[in-house]
Design a protein around this ligand. Structure first.
Ligand code: C2E
Ligand code: MG
Ligand code: MG
Length: 625
């Protein structure tokens, strides 16, 4: 092409590459004004030719531009493009809106600096140093490196940004508003790491904190883990309902948070178990102080259903790295310490000690052996006579379970709680019922058998058929069976349990309330079910020897029995003095070592046979009647 023409063509070019045709023609016309007509004519033809070409190129460009503009305006991201001199080539409306920039800043040629300053004005910059911010962004753009980032603007929006350098020295960047998504993610993260009921960090969050502390401590730094378990929570849940229980858990969470303050992270492990991961650097002394504060904090009552309820915190403490070189070990040992605290005094705390591990091992072994004891036939029942104080004759015998574990005869206090926790008490209790009922068929007619039934045995819901089957299998009259329960039967699922008791009563069995005075001994239990008998716990009988108030209590229980027209039994009588006292107090029955110790079934049969041989059967029958 003509050199001059090419030059004029460039002069008429817009920054976006399109050509201003009118300007071009003007330029050309001006330069040739003085030239001769013919030459001009020839040139005109050439110009006409180029003009046609140019018109076509302009049309295509226009079309392309329109497509590009449409794409730009319809994309979901904000987009901006700069040239090598950091001047805006183009941007879309989304970009301007996102950063709340005025239309005027969207013009081609606007400097990047002006756009950044516009963002400061609109408060869509980042951080609290606007000048520093602008300079820093300019430098970053200068480096010409590709980058992706998620940034939170001062306006609150969260933006995902990509920055892509171009070959000619400029760059293109995209900007997407992900505030909503980010919010959702945060919410998910919160859900994943927080307990829904109390909003405290959950087990996973605590675990992460422990892991982090271990990483930072690197085997040298010390920190303590406290497991906090609520004493008396189950009772609140059982007696006041789960809604009240939830409310109390909320208060516990608040009180723990308040007491711990900056000393560590409080979380809920689950159920009524909480934990505190103390700050790195906290040694045993500080853990001791915190545990003391927590125990103290639990002394203020909690509120449920408008009433005060007493609870305590039992706390187990393990201090890393001494009590655990890794997270698993530390958690396990804090748990062991908690277990020891739970079995100690209510509302106390214990530091981990290696001996605690051995105690647990023993318990695990006990559990393991207990699971097989039934199959191996290691259980036996002993029977303790019950004396009728009016007739001075035995009215029956209480069946008491024994476990022959190797050479040892294990008392029920050692294995019944474990059997209850594991549910093994259900099959074991079934065996007891069948065995005791069968054994009683060998005794003279008037004598009863008293059988202890754990509240856990009510849970499967088949206690009544189990007892009916045992009776049917043996042929023993239902009137000769007395079921001894404790008030815990009224805690869980009490209406179903009450139904079961009523059915048993309707079948002719007697129902006794055992260990009266040791638990809550709410008198309402006595009204909620028409018991045939109350057994006052042996601890009150023993207290008759020294505690002043014991006489009053022992007498009061007897009077309640008289008032309700039901029998009363005094357990654990060891001395003649105690026997005189309960007799004077008006009890109808007595039981204790003084009268007879529990004996094997064979011993009992022998004793009954001797009685039978030495005296007529009548007094015995009379005793029971
Ligand atoms: P319990 O039903 O109150 O039984 C009375 C306990 O007092 C028995 O203890 C008995 O041996 C003991 N005892 C009797 N007279 C005296 C005395 O004069 N002084 C003292 N210090 N104690 C006396 P044992 O046999 O160790 O049973 C303890 C508890 O284990 C029972 O208390 C009962 O709650 C439970 N238990 C026993 N057998 C069974 C069973 O077959 N099933 C269930 N679920 N629980 C059982
Ligand atoms: Mg009993
Ligand atoms: Mg008892």
């Amino acid at each position: 092409m003509h050199k001059l023409l090419a030059q004029q063509l460039e002069e008429a070019r817009h920054p976006d590459g399109t050509i201003d045709l009118d300007l071009f023609v003007e330029l050309v016309a001006a330069s040739y004004e003085a030239a001769d007509h013919d030459r001009t004519h020839g040139l005109k033809a050439e110009i006409a030719h180029h003009t046609g070409e140019l018109r076509e190129s302009k049309r295509r460009l226009k079309q392309q531009n329109a497509r590009f503009a449409a794409a730009l305006e319809n994309m979901s991201h904000g987009l901006s493009m700069y040239d090598a001199k950091q001047r805006l080539v183009t941007c879309n409306k989304q970009f301007l809106d996102l950063y709340r920039l005025p239309q005027s800043l969207g013009r081609t040629g606007t400097s990047f600096r002006r756009i950044l300053e516009g963002r400061v004005v609109a408060n869509t910059h980042i951080g609290d140093d606007p000048i520093g911010y602008v300079e820093e962004r300019l430098q970053v753009a200068d480096r010409g490196e590709a980058a992706n980032a998620v940034l939170k603007l001062n306006s609150g929006l969260v933006v995902a940004i990509t920055h892509q350098p171009l070959k000619d020295g400029g760059w293109v960047s995209t900007h997407k508003d992900i505030t909503e998504l980010n919010h959702l993610q945060e919410e998910l993260a919160h859900l994943a790491y927080h307990d829904a009921l109390t909003s405290l960090p959950n087990r996973h969050r605590l675990q992460r904190q422990i892991d982090e502390n271990f990483t930072i401590a690197d085997g040298i730094g010390s920190f303590a883990l406290l497991f906090v378990d609520l004493d008396g929570f189950k009772t609140i849940n059982d007696t006041l309902g789960h809604a009240a229980g939830d409310a109390v858990l909320g208060q516990v969470a608040a009180r723990l948070t308040e007491t711990v303050g900056e000393r560590g992270l409080v979380g809920r492990m689950g159920g009524d178990e909480f934990a505190v991961v103390m700050r790195l650097g906290a040694v045993a002394r500080e853990a001791d102080a915190l545990a003391g504060d927590l125990v103290e904090a639990a002394r203020r009552p909690f509120r449920a259903n408008g009433q005060n309820c007493d609870m305590g915190f039992s706390i187990g403490i393990a201090v890393a790295p001494g009590d655990g070189a890794n997270p698993e070990q530390l958690l396990k040992n804090a748990d062991l310490a908690l277990y020891a605290a739970k079995n100690g005094q209510r509302g106390g705390y214990r530091f981990y000690q290696p001996a605690m591990g051995r105690a647990l091992t023993e318990r695990v072994e006990l559990q393991h052996d207990l699971a097989q004891a039934l199959e191996r036939g290691e259980f036996e029942l002993h029977y303790q006579p019950i004396l009728n104080l009016t007739t001075q004759e035995f009215s029956g015998f209480e069946a008491l379970l024994r476990w022959r574990r190797g050479d040892e005869l294990v008392p029920p206090s050692r294995f019944i709680p474990v059997a209850e926790e594991t549910g093994l008490i259900v099959p074991i209790g079934e065996w007891v019922l069948r065995e005791a009922i069968n054994e009683a068929t060998h005794w003279p007619r008037g004598l009863r058998v008293a059988i202890n039934v754990s509240s856990v045995q009510f849970q499967p819901g088949n206690l009544v058929p189990v007892i009916m089957n045992a009776l049917a299998g043996s042929g023993l009259a239902s009137e000769r069976v007395e079921i001894e329960i404790t008030e815990s039967v009224f805690f869980d699922n009490s209406s179903a349990n009450l139904d079961a008791l009523r059915q048993l009563h309707a079948l002719g069995l007697k129902i006794a309330l055992d260990d009266f005075g040791t638990g809550f001994s709410a008198l309402s239990y006595l009204l909620s079910y028409p018991f045939d008998k109350i057994k006052i716990d042996g601890s009150f009988v023993r207290a008759l020897d020294n505690a002043q108030g014991a006489h009053a209590i022992v007498r009061a229980v007897s009077e309640i029995g008289h008032g309700l027209g039901i029998a009363t039994t005094a357990e654990g009588i060891e001395t003649a003095e105690q026997l005189r006292n309960v007799y004077a107090a008006g009890y109808s029955e007595a039981q204790g070592y003084l009268l007879a110790r529990p004996m094997s079934a064979a011993q009992l049969r022998l004793m009954l046979k001797q009685d039978d041989d030495s005296m007529p059967a009548a007094p015995m029958a009379q005793a029971a009647g």
